[in-house]
Every structure is written in C-alpha cells, then in structure tokens.
Design a protein around this ligand. Structure first.
Ligand SMILES: Cc1cc2nc3c(=O)[nH]c(=O)nc-3n(C[C@H](O)[C@H](O)[C@H](O)COP(=O)(O)OP(=O)(O)OC[C@H]3O[C@@H](n4cnc5c(N)ncnc54)[C@H](O)[C@@H]3O)c2cc1C
Length: 480
C-alpha cells in the first residue's frame, strides 16, 4: 500500500546546497559510486537511490538537517550500520529522499560504573560497546551476528533481539535514556540514567522499535551488567524441537536464570553453513536432525558451573532429551560454536533460495508450529526443504523454507502463498509475524493485514501527531 503522504519529487538543488553547508565538506557523499552502498540492503536486494548521504557529526547538525527538510517537506531515511533485514534503512528509488547516516556520531560520552551505565552516541558500533563493557569488568549483553557492523542507534530503532534475550531482554530492556531529534528538528534530551522515573508517558519506548519513523535517535544511556566469571557452552544434539523445549525447561529448573543462551538449529541450516561458508566444522561426528547451542553463565569461580551443568546434562541424556553433546573445553572452542550460530544467516544466503520468516510463538507451541507449518507448505510444494533456527528460549524462530531441489524458477516468487500459510498459523497460535527484525518495507503489508484496526489506528495517530508532514522514513513500518 503506497504511503499517501510520500512525495516522489526529486530533492531540489537549493536544499542540497543548504544541507551541505550544515555538515561541511566531509559531512556528505554524492554520486552513485559513493551513495550506492547506503542504498542497497544486506538481504533481499532492496535497492534505492538518493541524491545525497548526509554524515552529521553532532546532534545539532542532525537538528539543522531535519529543520531544513521539514520546511521543504523532504523525507529523511535514517541509517546506522545498514545491516537491517527488512528494507527499512534504504531510500526509495526516485531520488526524493535524503539518507542520514549516524556513522560519524560515534563517541562514548560517559561510563558510570557506580550507576552501571554507559552513555553513547547513536553511531557507536555494537561490538565497541560490548568491548568497552568487558574492559570495565561489565557486560553489555546485546549480541547478534551483525554486531561488528550494526550501530546502537540502529539496534534501538529496530529493538534488536539476538542471543541473550532469554536472560537480559531485548534492546528495549537495556536502555535507560534516549536523545532524539524529532521530525520538526527539535531535540528531546531524555539522556537520563534512571531506573525509576514515574513522571508520565515513557517517551523513549516510542522511538525504540520505531524504525526511524518518529524521529532520529542520536544518543542513549545503556544499562551495564556484572561480567560473568563462569561460562559453560555446549553443542547438543536433540531428537526434535519438542525435546529442545523440554530440555530448556529442565536446564532452567536446574540452573535458573544462569541459562543465558539457548539456540535451536535444524540440520538443514548446518548443511547450508558447512557448504556455503568456509572455516566451519561439524562439532559432532554424525549428523542429527536438530541441535541446541546452550550457554550457562554465572558469577562464581571460573569452573563453578562445570559440575552442575554436567550433572544437568547427564540427567537430560538419561531422560532421552539429548542424544549427543560436546561441552566446550576452551574459550576458543566456545567461540567457534557461537561463530557457527552467527554465520547461519550467511550460510543460508549462500546456499539456497528460501522464504524467510522471523516469527514468535509461545515457547510451548514451537514444536506444534514447526510440525504444522512444514506439513502445510509441503502439501502445496512437495519436496520443500524445511529450514529453521532461532532463539528457542524466546519463542523466536527464523523459519526459512527452501524450495524443492528440482524447483523450476525462483522459489522466492512463491512468497505470498508461503507467507500466508506461515503467518496465518503464527497468528492462530497467538504469535507475532515479526519477532526481532522489525517491519520495514518487507513486512509492511503483512503487518497491516494482521494487526487489529484499533492498534493500526493508534500507531497512525502517533505518527500523525509527531510527524504531520510524513518526512521520517516514509513507507516503512506504518503508512499514513
Ligand atoms: C548476519 C546478520 C545477523 C543478524 N542477527 C540479528 C539478530 O540475531 N537479532 C536481531 O534483532 N537482528 C539481527 N540482524 C538484523 C540487524 O542487524 C539488526 O536489525 C540491527 O539492529 C540493525 O542495526 P543497524 O545499525 O545496521 O541499522 P540499519 O540497518 O542501518 O537501520 C535499521 C532501521 O533502523 C532505522 N535507524 C537506524 N539508525 C537509526 C537512528 N539513529 N534513529 C532512528 N532510526 C534509525 C533505519 O531507518 C531502519 O529502519 C542481523 C543482521 C545480519 C546481517
């Protein structure tokens, strides 16, 4: 559905000159050779075009840019590391929108170890925040495959999830304060490091997960946690998703919230990884239908989790929940397991045309979802190759069926039929069609289809109130 407010006129040369003078010579890129990397997405080939990529250095510059664009009614596409998977960070292809990257806003402003917070600009790379926390004997738990490239502003704008949500929550749970440039150019300074602040609507939560449609996040106060001092990681073979869910319950009953990562992987995605991405080896000698990568972390002596974890695993094997296991004996081995997990998306990208879903259902219904979705798609596409992995502790599955081996044509062309089967089932099971990647352009229609009219109208009311001219990332997440 096109966005009624979205203008498609090319940006006027006069405005481009004004924008350039705000950021100075090193603050913008022009010409397709330089702007193209900002116009194409990591996945699914969203390809746009822009006359200019603005690279402001300060919040004040962002504010001036937005004021000029608001006056002219020109749309702005905010961008962080451009690793988003839903086409939310690319401009449309008619040269009517400017791209604003926060790449040069990459300063750590303050680390307060008594308050356990770090204050950063939006363009700081996620991995840098993780390293900074580690160097200060703390943990910043947000962790995902793109962490070496994505920026904290993008993580917050998409309310990113990743592998530690089970214990620490998603990006939303890791923020105490935000600074945002609003669609009229005004700066909202909400950079407060407070755990209690009961003074009205909690405005930061509008912008977290807002995908740049309500304003540009320019800074954040993030929560830090104690750095784990004991870690146990294991690669486990399990007979089925049902067994994986039971195993999760067993581990939680034995080790409580020390269960910090619990990732489910189907054999097919491991095959895609091993054939498509060099540098990986199968951790187990023989193949199994499903695997779990499990991690326990705690605060005791380095080996304090070893015995309880091994015992719990032994019990799980006796119960028939686990068929085979490798417990990492070194940090290098553990990192190797996690690298396999992180590279799954790349493996799938290299190996097969698949139709991707980022869904969540209650953890108790994961097995039912997988069984019914596979059966329903196979009925329409015999020989379909099931492929799923995900954060099973959060009920979040990347359910990415690949076309039959002998499929004649591009299986991706079947996405409408496949999406309908998958998303209808997700909704029937009380789930969500987007668990962590967001909506962007990829799932805009689907979201409008499945969300209740009351919820869509509330979203539109907020959008119209904060961005009456519709200049913030139009055509993404919500239409006017
Ligand atoms: C290999 C790989 C693995 C991934 N794994 C995960 C995963 O496990 N969990 C997960 O949740 N995601 C995952 N992702 C998706 C992606 O990394 C996340 O969505 C990430 O949070 C996006 O950050 P970014 O800086 O790249 O944002 P971008 O891609 O640049 O932007 C994403 C969206 O946020 C908006 N935006 C960006 N910066 C700002 C800002 N400062 N203010 C307002 N809006 C802004 C953009 O307009 C766009 O709509 C993965 C991606 C890849 C490539």
């Amino acid at each position: 559905m096109p966005d009624a407010k979205r203008k498609s006129d090319p940006v006027a040369p006069g405005l481009l000159d004004q924008l350039k003078s705000v950021v100075g010579p090193s603050g913008y890129l022009e010409g397709t050779a330089d702007t193209d990397p900002y116009c194409v997405s990591w996945r699914d080939g969203w390809q746009g075009a822009t006359p200019i990529v603005l690279r402001p250095k300060t919040t004040e510059e962002v504010s001036q840019i937005v004021k000029l664009c608001a006056e002219a009614g020109v749309a702005i596409v905010p961008q962080g590391g451009n690793t988003g998977l839903t086409g939310g960070g690319q401009p449309h292809d008619d040269m009517s929108e400017v791209v604003l990257t926060t790449a040069r806003m990459n300063e750590v402003k303050e680390i307060d170890l008594e308050n356990d917070t770090v204050t950063v600009e939006a363009g700081v790379i996620l991995q840098k925040i993780q390293e900074l926390a580690r160097d200060n004997d703390r943990l910043f738990p947000l962790s995902l495959g793109a962490e070496g490239t994505c920026q904290i502003g993008g993580n917050l704008a998409t309310n990113a999830g990743g592998t530690q949500v089970l214990r620490y929550g998603n990006a939303r749970a890791l923020v105490l304060g935000l600074e945002v440039v609003l669609p009229n150019g005004e700066v909202w300074n909400g950079l407060r490091g407070l755990r209690k602040d009961n003074t009205g609507y909690d405005m930061k939560h509008l912008f977290i997960g807002g995908e740049g449609t309500l304003g540009i996040i320019t800074g954040a106060v993030l929560r830090l946690f104690p750095k784990p001092t004991a870690t146990e990681t294991a690669w486990l073979a399990v007979p089925s998703p049902q067994h994986a869910v039971k195993l999760l319950g067993h581990m939680k009953s034995r080790l409580g919230d020390q269960v910090s990562g619990f990732e489910l992987m189907q054999r097919s995605i491991i095959d895609f990884l091993l054939s498509g991405v060099p540098g990986h080896e199968d951790p187990l000698e023989s193949p199994h239908p499903w695997y779990v990568l499990a991690e326990m972390t705690g605060q005791g002596a380095p080996d304090s989790l070893s015995e309880p974890f091994t015992e719990a695993l032994g019990e799980a094997m006796e119960l028939g929940l686990v068929e085979d296991a490798v417990i990492a004996t070194s940090g290098v081995q553990s990192a190797g397991f996690w690298k396999m997990r992180e590279d799954l998306a790349e493996g799938q990208k290299q190996a097969a045309v698949s139709i991707k879903h980022d869904v969540s259902v209650p953890v108790s219904r994961i097995a039912e979802f997988l069984e019914r979705a596979d059966a329903a798609i196979t009925e329409v596409y015999p020989g379909m190759r099931p492929c799923a992995f995900g954060h099973v502790g959060d009920g979040n599955l990347h359910y990415n069926p690949a076309g039959p081996e002998a499929w004649d044509g591009n299986f991706y062309d079947e996405r409408e039929t496949v999406n309908r089967i998958v998303h209808d089932l997700v909704i029937e099971l009380g789930g969500s069609i987007s668990a962590e990647h967001g909506i962007g352009r990829l799932r805009l229609e689907e979201n409008l289809h499945y969300k209740s009219p009351v919820e869509i109208e509330m979203m539109r009311t907020l959008k119209r109130a904060l961005d009456p001219k519709g200049i913030m990332n139009p055509g993404k997440l919500i239409t006017f």
